[in-house]
Ligand binder design. Sequence first.
Ligand code: NAD
Length: 286
Amino acid sequence: MLVLNGKEVSKVVRASLIPRVEKFKLSTGRVPHLAVVIVGDDVASHVYVKNKKKACEAVGMTSTIHAHPASITQKELNDLLKKLNADNGVDGILVQLPLPKHLSTDEVLGIISPEKDPDCLTFKSVGYFFAGKPIVSPCTPAGIMSILNHYGISVAGMNAVVVGRSNIVGKPMAHMLMEANATVTLCHSKTKNLSVHTKQADLVVVAAGKAHLLGKEDFKQGAIVIDVGMHGTGQGQKLTGDVRFEELNGWVQAASPVPGGVGPMTITTLLQNTCLLAEKRASQTL
Ligand code: NAD
């Protein structure tokens, strides 16, 4: 079984970003910059945000963390986002979700400029994406496409099953696979006989958020399995996915592990998208 090593792919992609950042710096006198907005004191969210800043710096980009207490008002948050929209030195704006309950995520996603949305979450960016004219593509599915591409796996003509229909993973994943000429089935929590569908598939992307949901008996021999699930993200906990990876060896053709599969490529795609937005804005192709 070929292990689809997202950590390795991530290294290759990050190495390719370094000269792009250098070139951008030579032509503009600055480096691509990601502004990260975090509200409240959720420990895991603060860890994610610090990791994003570290990742930016590792490829020569810069990042500012705008940390605000949960008491921030919607107006204050909206004003901050409008300021970042207008700041020419900011290329990407990322609001760490979920937000505290008194704040409207929809309002936030309506304000961030699609030209500065590396997560492809704003309504306008999503519209362009599903219309087949992406400014950038959502990080997790785009990271998965990069992994497949790195290993020379073409999905054209494949029967692909996506398990999960969230706005950040399942839905855009199905769209990207369809755009790459796979025949796509989208399964979800109300799908009857999930295994009947997954067993037909040449490629299965599992993003159900249910630990160890699928194993060997759910895949056909020689299938390709991508595990997006992430469980046990607390300190000292062992990270696992939605797939019982240890059962797959000798049965499937290729599979991505957790950890070391999709996760590293999600954050690397965020860097790639921020760099791309910076380049597009500088060359006025947006
Ligand atoms: P979500 O909870 O928003 O969506 C889960 C989806 O799975 C839903 O559409 C639901 O209908 C479907 N589902 C739930 N149980 C099911 C079942 N038994 N059978 C079939 N479908 C089922 O989750 P999400 O945000 O899409 O994330 C999914 C998983 O991926 C989570 O574990 C999350 O932590 C992980 N994740 C990982 C990364 C990464 O970078 N590795 C990025 C995003 C999400």
